[in-house]
Design a protein around this ligand. Structure first.
Ligand code: AMP
Length: 115
């Protein structure tokens, strides 16, 4: 069985978080260690451990998840200046929580390539 992660507990409201959006599909909250003026994490309510797992196991859910991420970014007023969406996947990318999450990062000029 998949590990019960920090984000499972945040989704169940067992651990407090600064929630910015919730609907039937997705749940979004501010990152506790923001890397930019806006740094929000978006998770699907249906749990997958990684980006690869979601894409492989439930392709239909990918579209709903992407729409949810775009909706959160729109609600945060990020469309005009833009934003970055990041999925850290696996150890080299430093994925630390084994529950898929999109980082929405915005509010400053972002460097490229990322570190
Ligand atoms: P990743 O390294 O891609 O797995 O991202 C995990 C993210 O979760 C990091 O950016 C952390 O700062 C963030 N994080 C860890 N604990 C919390 C928490 N309690 N509430 C909000 N974000 C958290």
């Amino acid at each position: 069985m998949a590990e019960d992660t920090l984000f499972d507990k945040i989704l169940r409201k067992e651990i407090p978080a600064d929630v910015v959006h919730e609907d039937d599909e997705v749940f979004a909250f501010r990152d506790i260690n923001p890397q930019a003026p806006t740094h929000v994490l978006v998770i699907p309510k249906a749990k997958y451990e990684s980006f690869a797992d979601l894409a492989e196991q439930d392709p239909d859910a990918v579209g709903r998840y992407m729409r949810g991420i775009a909706q959160v970014a729109r609600n945060l007023g990020l469309e005009q200046n833009g934003y970055r969406v990041v999925f850290n996947t696996g150890p080299d990318a430093q994925q630390t929580v084994q529950y898929i999450h999109a980082h929405i990062i915005a509010g400053r000029q972002l460097g490229w390539p990322p570190g």
